[in-house]
Design a protein around this ligand. Structure first.
Ligand SMILES: C[S@@+](CC[C@H](N)C(=O)[O-])C[C@H]1O[C@@H](n2cnc3c(N)ncnc32)[C@H](O)[C@@H]1O
Length: 155
């Protein structure tokens, strides 16, 4: 089996549980190894029709400090945010081992959290996308760029 790495995805202090449910559904289908919340726990949502939390681990971190302390060995944190330092997604080379971090629906990722990310990526457009949509596009980009054992992409 090839060493294609792995990834995880989560949201910092999300506001709406149905967005998390939609993101978990994409993450599970697109091969995430785990999912997580920071600062606010997840409650079961009908938008996660697959109950992804029952199929891949769902971690909760109380604070950003706790989250950054628990990043797996030699894994990179990729912040997903509209920011002057963010790289456009289409040019981005995804790290083999990556944790993707999205911001809350109202305030996005705070500056002190952005500054601790190893990489920042942004999507095109003049307005913010829905957080679950933004996360799903980024992980779709990853699974199309990195050769993977993800079943749907096998030819
Ligand atoms: C609805 S947006 C937050 C909008 C917030 N009002 C702001 O302007 O900071 C929620 C999250 O979705 C992600 N997001 C939405 N659109 C994005 C884009 N074009 N590029 C990168 N991330 C995006 C980011 O993680 C963002 O924190």
């Amino acid at each position: 089996m090839k060493d294609t790495g792995y990834y995880a995805i989560g949201i910092f202090r999300h506001k709406r549980d149905h967005n998390l449910g939609s993101l978990w559904r994409s993450a599970f289908i697109l091969g995430a190894k785990y999912i997580f919340t920071i600062g606010k726990n997840y409650k079961k949502q009908s938008s996660d029709v697959l109950s992804s939390w029952a199929r891949i681990p769902l971690f909760h971190y109380e604070t950003a400090d706790e989250f950054f302390k628990q990043i797996p060995y030699d894994c990179r944190v990729v912040g997903i945010e509209i920011d002057k330092n963010a790289k456009p997604l289409h040019d981005f080379v995804h790290p083999k081992r990556a944790v993707y971090l999205l911001g809350a629906e109202d305030n996005g990722l705070p500056r002190d959290v952005i500054d601790r990310c190893h990489f920042l990526v942004k999507l095109p457009g003049n307005h913010s996308l829905n957080v679950a949509v933004a996360g799903s596009i980024v992980i779709h980009d990853r699974v199309t760029k990195i050769e993977t054992d993800f079943p749907v992409l096998q030819k």
